[in-house]
Write a protein that binds this ligand. Structure first.
Ligand SMILES: [Zn+2]
Length: 363
């Protein structure tokens, strides 16, 4: 099949669910400008004229479908507060009058991106949706997330498309996907692999020995990294991910695509440039081509640097299109941060040791 990259995007993501905060506080960063600037960048580089790019709309979904991943009470609460027009829904989640409809649309965006890939209507896809989803829980919103876009999409595919194959989720957001992991903690048919910033002094969740449960044991894999990692340190986790993906043989790879390890991100504390995302996408595409006929869907999670976001998306896209990515000049900074390589290698060894109990390839 000729290369066809599906991009799910919608103007609503670029205008709706504006945070009701005028000053830069944590909650204000999840705002429509994130998508608006990506859309403007796409126009500037004439992206839509590329015949290999297919613009897709989020799938229209019934509200009842959200019950596959969320409780009725929680869904009704989001709806009720949206109708009211404001409110705070759990930890770091604001509500405006269009939150419910936009969050539902984000779920539809994730579904469309993944469904088109498994039906082979596109080779790979990218869903540029918001609000993000990987912190959202069955009964609660959390960390700027309302509905769990990826969990909802997987449950939809299982129920409505009778899709029953193995899926690997690779979560590269700066934060641990504490919502997403809980849906699949004992599920052998979903492998969850997360690289995330971790507080090694205070300890944190997303620790290396949270390995899953029951039949899913060994299939929740956390690669925590210290704040301040750079492009030199980021891809070390692939040394573990790659052999595991080959042994697991998923039918599909979903990337929870957070860009908040970017150096200019106001929330994450890492120092990556778009080059890391470009190289990661290149590697994960090669792995997908080896294990699952290239079936790969990228679903946007966090990433709040308005300067960096369009370039990070372009960096991923360039890899999917197999063309050279030109790093923007402003990213060429010599970070004075000390190398984190030793720490990262230590984590890798410890994790490898734990995983040897579950994966032959690491023995
Ligand atoms: Zn994040």
């Amino acid at each position: 099949m000729d290369q066809k990259i599906g991009i799910v995007i919608d103007e609503d993501f670029a205008v709706k669910n504006y945070p009701p905060y005028q000053h830069p506080i944590f909650l204000s960063y999840e705002n429509p400008l994130r998508i608006k600037l990506i859309l403007e960048y796409f126009e500037k580089v004439n992206l839509w004229e590329d015949k290999r790019i297919i613009r897709l709309e989020p799938k229209l979904i019934e509200e009842g479908l959200l019950k596959l991943a969320h409780s009725k009470y929680y869904i009704d609460t989001v709806k009720r507060l949206s109708k009211f027009g404001s409110g705070i829904l759990g930890e770091e989640v604001f509500i405006t009058n269009d939150t419910f409809s936009l969050a539902k649309k984000a779920v539809g965006g994730a579904i469309e991106a993944i469904e088109k890939v498994i039906k082979k209507e596109v080779t790979q896809s990218i869903a540029l949706i918001r609000p993000p989803g990987h912190h959202a829980l069955r009964e609660k919103g959390s960390g700027l997330c309302i509905f769990n876009n990826i969990a909802n999409a997987i449950f939809y595919l299982r129920k409505n498309v009778q899709y029953d194959k193995k899926i690997a989720i690779v979560d590269i957001d700066d934060h641990f996907g504490d919502g997403l992991v809980q849906y699949f903690y004992d599920d052998p048919d979903v492998l969850y692999f997360s690289i995330h910033e971790f507080d090694f002094i205070e300890n944190d969740i997303g620790f290396i020995n949270e390995l899953g449960d029951g039949q899913g044991i060994g299939k929740s894999i956390n690669f925590p990294v210290p704040a301040g990692i750079t492009d030199n340190d980021f891809l070390v986790f692939l040394d573990i991910l790659e052999p595991i993906l080959k042994e697991y043989e998923p039918d599909l790879i979903i990337v929870a695509m957070g860009f908040d390890m970017y150096f200019d991100d106001p929330i994450g504390n890492c120092l990556l440039t778009s080059i890391s995302y470009n190289k990661f996408a290149e590697k994960i595409l090669t792995m997908a081509e080896e294990v699952c006929e290239g079936k790969l869907a990228f679903i946007l999670e966090g990433g709040y640097s308005l300067i960096g976001l369009p370039f990070c998306v372009q960096a991923v896209l360039s890899s999917l299109l197999k063309k050279k990515y030109e790093q923007p000049l402003f990213e060429k900074i010599n970070f004075s941060s000390e190398s984190k390589m030793e720490e990262v290698q230590q984590i890798k060894s410890k994790l490898e040791k734990l995983l040897r109990n579950y994966w032959n390839t690491l023995k």
